[in-house]
Write a protein that binds this ligand. Structure first.
Ligand code: NAD
Length: 437
């Protein structure tokens, strides 16, 4: 049995007791376990079910062999983890990245359990991924990889079982291939098996920008409560993809200044604010922010101390370390990414009075509109974009208000409060369903 510990500021040690996982100190799974440990004291009698949260219900590892364009055969490692299904079918994205591991997918699936419950969506939590550098594959190779992966995980996904969606390096085209492959295998068109599809294949209006919009909506509400004006506000964004790019666009449109951007190609700064539309065109053409003429290039380390009022991590997990938390000048952090803040950094931010709107609320816009897409697919009745955005804003606004009230009542951070709300819902469902057999 493996026992790996990572002390948090309160001296509690999250312990991974799963024999198949050997987490490193900054592992996302240990981050998640530390977050759960902070919540258990607030759960009363439901805490007896707490171990449920520390064990994924089902983890599938698949071999994904494909024939490359040059005739060789390559094997890739794929995963689909269903962390918890107590409240409904699994829901969560699929990530293509060379650093994907089972442990990372476990953490991401667990955060989906928390997110879906915190927002009140009728889903459990799941996530998938393939260890691959998609930019090194041709389009045909990417299609073969996606189709073979879908066939391999086909034994556990389905419109009523587990519904994948896009995540890092996956998009609506990949969802279209997944939907087609699953449909061919079951012999019927099953649009509800994935969300984030192209509109003509049962996709939803508003889905592409939904996560970034959610960051903007929850961020604007947090700013209102902090009595900070969006106009002239200086924002630093890490990750300029689907989430970071959209959040930056919406904040810039409302008068904020995007003063620092970092992505996998480098860091750029401009204290007068960047032209976000021009930066989006540059990224679409060049594949990254590096070389953008409307800003100055800077070393990556400078990003974290760049003068700003708001920091939006929207790339990968584990980015805000205790050291970076000490150097940031932001007053507010909006977690567009999943799991961007390490537990030790959370403590530093709290001691410095820096507010964090946690991922499980802040970036829940994507899964909320995915839920709308799934509902529309089942009813074959599609809503207009105004309807979708209005419903999205209302659901996120209510979820944030509930979490804020809980934080005030319990004197805890918004993250712990979101976990309290979510874990109560998950464990209540667990208790009411009972253990079978
Ligand atoms: P994306 O692939 O569209 O963009 C990812 C961005 O991160 C890119 O700009 C990339 O350059 C940058 N990046 C990658 N590695 C980096 C590194 N080492 N340093 C700095 N930047 C780096 O992905 P996305 O969909 O925007 O997802 C970003 C984050 O948001 C992820 O944590 C994802 O899980 C989370 N998220 C996405 C959605 C969604 O609907 N797409 C929903 C909820 C949460």
């Amino acid at each position: 049995m493996t026992t790996t510990t990572l002390s948090d500021a309160a001296g509690r040690d999250p312990v991974c007791t799963l024999s198949y996982i050997h987490p490193k100190a900054d592992s996302p799974w240990l981050t998640y376990l530390a977050q759960v440990d902070r919540v258990l004291p607030h759960l009363g009698p439901l805490a007896r079910w707490g171990e449920t949260l520390k064990r994924p219900k089902r983890s599938l590892i698949v071999d994904v062999p494909i024939e490359m364009d040059d005739g060789s055969v390559q094997h890739f490692e794929g995963y689909r983890v269903q962390h918890n299904l107590s409240r409904g079918p699994g829901k969560g994205g699929v990530r293509y990245h060379p650093d994907v591991t089972l442990e990372e997918v476990m953490a991401l699936s667990a955060w989906m359990t928390i997110k879906n419950a915190a927002v009140g969506l009728p889903y459990g939590g799941a996530k998938g991924g393939i260890r691959v550098s998609p930019s090194k594959l041709s389009r045909k190779e990417l299609e073969r990889l996606t189709r073979r992966y879908t066939s391999e995980i086909g034994i556990i996904i389905g419109p009523q079982q587990d519904i994948p969606a896009p995540d890092v390096n996956t998009n609506s085209q990949i969802m279209a291939w997944m939907m087609d492959t699953y449909s061919m295998n079951v012999g019927a068109t099953a649009t509800g098996v994935v969300t984030g599809k192209p509109i003509p294949l049962g996709g939803s209006l508003g889905r592409v920008k939904a996560t970034g919009r959610g960051v903007f909506v929850t961020g604007s509400e947090a700013l209102r409560r902090l009595k900070l004006d969006r106009k002239g506000l200086r924002i630093a964004v890490q990750g300029f993809g689907n989430v970071g790019g959209t959040a930056a666009e919406l904040f810039a449109q409302s008068g904020s200044l995007i003063v620092a951007v970092q992505d996998h190609t480098g860091t750029i700064l401009n204290d007068k604010g960047m032209d976000v539309s021009a930066l989006q065109r540059h990224v679409a053409e060049k594949g990254g922010v590096s070389g953008f003429p409307g800003a100055q290039a800077a070393p990556n380390a400078d990003f974290w101390a760049a003068p700003c009022d708001v920091l939006i991590p929207a790339a990968l997990e584990g980015q805000i370390t205790a050291e970076r938390a000490r150097s940031t000048t932001a007053k507010l952090i909006l977690e567009g990414a999943n799991g961007p803040t390490l537990p030790a950094a959370d403590d530093v931010l709290a001691s410095r009075g820096i507010l964090v709107v946690p991922d499980v609320i802040c970036n829940a816009g994507g899964v909320t509109v995915s839920y709308f897409e799934w509902v529309q697919d089942f009813s074959s009745f599609f809503w207009d974009e105004d309807d979708i955005n209005a419903r999205l804003d209302k659901i996120l606004g209510n979820a944030l208000a509930r979490v804020w009230d809980t934080a005030d009542q319990l004197h805890v951070s918004l993250r712990t409060a979101a976990f309290v709300v979510a874990c109560e819902r998950v464990l209540q469902a667990r208790e009411e369903r009972g253990l079978y057999p």
